[in-house]
Design a protein around this ligand. Structure first.
Ligand code: IMP
Length: 405
């Protein structure tokens, strides 16, 4: 671990290499122990980062998963869209577990607010699209980013009186365009409730704050949200989320200079899943897909939706590595493949072939040389084909179920 930590350097970003749900929460939690500052850059409560500690499951949607480590500063960056009641819920969950969070929270004043009406609008837009719907999480992400990019969004640092007046105006156009009714009083009550709890934690300049941390030699771990193939620019548009999910997007969302990044961890599942609509070349619709889903517990952590399952595409992984500049990979959920007779892989031309499976349990293995040789062959193949070393290998949901090399 020491060697890995020294290779990661001062600022590392954890970025999903596929369509999300690769298991970024677990690696953020593990690294959170060793880094000084925990930051999230983009996205909102569409994320659902699950981590398991002592058999207990915690799901984070807005706070970075590393926040379970007491006392460390937690930053919610400018690139985020924040649904305030969800943030309060997460704070409450931590407080119930006796983990103090409010006094170490730094929320960017320039992050945008997701209102409840954004969620309703998200659902409405999906309905309008009918069979062409994106399959969003209905957390209001698209509508909130539409407002942001359209320069009509409301930032967390906006004075309450201005929020009220902007919402009152918006309520009229919303009704006219969609027939939806916005409850301005309810939205304002939620804003007031949130400000009471975290108003003092709103930071006028997150870039300056992070710069100060760096000048005091503090290390930062950035937890990416969603994943590369869901990126608004580089993903499988239009079946993507509305934010920039890459390493570059994370830096932009936090206001960190590109040269501040010392390493970038690509998180890639040993197979592949996708929720929502859109292209998925290696999707396995039959019995094998069902087995991956059951063994991997592949159901949305916030929506409960069954995830589409299939195989790791090296073509996609190479693309993700290229645009993010992964310096190492964290291969997750290797043990889910334990029962497979063979594992489909692509050759250098993208043609699908297969490697033999290992048909034995890898659950909880923590040493590379204890892995069955067929599993090592599979990982060696990924490493070689992607051109990036696989330095962390997940063998179960628990914090300790990980091979580090
Ligand atoms: P939205 O981000 O809710 O607008 O959803 C857009 C697309 O991104 C849908 O296909 C979602 O299923 C997908 N998506 C958004 N967040 C996540 C995530 O955290 N994991 C996996 N898929 C996600």
């Amino acid at each position: 671990m020491q060697k890995l930590l020294s290779d990661l350097g001062t600022v590392t970003a954890i970025i999903g290499a596929q369509w999300g749900d690769e298991g970024k929460g677990k690696v953020t939690d593990i690294l959170g122990e060793h880094f000084d500052v925990l930051a999230r850059a983009c996205g909102g409560a569409n994320a659902g980062h699950t981590i398991v500690i002592a058999g207990k499951k915690h799901v984070f949607r807005l706070l970075p998963s590393g926040c379970l480590h007491p006392g460390k500063p937690v930053v919610l960056g400018t690139g985020m869209v924040i649904h305030l009641p969800t943030l309060l819920e997460e704070i409450e969950m931590l407080e119930k577990a006796n983990i103090e969070i409010v006094h170490r929270l730094h929320i960017s004043a320039a992050a945008h607010i997701v209102f409840d009406y954004h969620k309703e609008l998200d659902a409405w837009q999906e309905e309008q699209k009918g069979k062409d719907s994106i399959g969003t999480t209905k957390r209001g992400i698209g509508p909130a980013y539409m407002d942001k990019i359209g320069r009509t969004g409301i930032r967390i640092g906006t004075p309450e009186s201005e929020i009220k007046s902007a919402l009152t105006t918006r309520a009229v156009s919303l009704k006219k365009e969609t027939g939806l009714t916005m409850n301005v009083d309810h939205e304002m009550a939620e804003v007031a409730r949130a400000l009471k709890k975290v108003g003092s934690r709103i930071h006028a300049s997150v870039p300056t704050l992070l710069h100060d941390f760096l000048s005091r030699k503090k290390s930062i771990v950035i937890e990416g949200a969603q994943a590369t193939l869901l990126d608004i620019d580089h993903g499988t548009y239009p079946y993507v989320t509305s934010s920039s999910t890459t390493a570059a997007g994370a830096l932009q969302g936090l206001g960190l200079a590109p040269r501040a990044l010392s390493s970038c961890i690509g998180v890639v599942k040993a197979y592949c899943t996708r929720v929502g609509s859109g292209h998925f070349e290696a999707e396995e619709k039959g019995e094998r897909g069902d087995r991956l889903r059951e063994r991997g517990g592949e159901y949305g952590s916030i929506t409960g939706r069954p995830r589409r399952c299939g195989w790791l595409s090296i073509t996609d992984l190479k693309f993700s590595s290229m645009i993010n500049g992964f310096t190492l990979l964290n291969l997750t959920k290797l043990d889910v493949l334990d029962e497979e007779e063979e594992i489909p892989v692509q050759d250098e031309h993208g043609t699908w072939q297969s490697l033999p499976g290992w048909k034995t349990s890898t659950v909880g293995i923590t040493a590379w040389d204890k892995l069955p040789s067929a599993a090592r062959t599979y990982i060696d193949w990924i490493e070689k084909a992607a051109g990036v070393p696989v330095r962390m290998i997940g063998t179960g949901p628990g914090r300790e179920q990980m091979i580090v090399r």
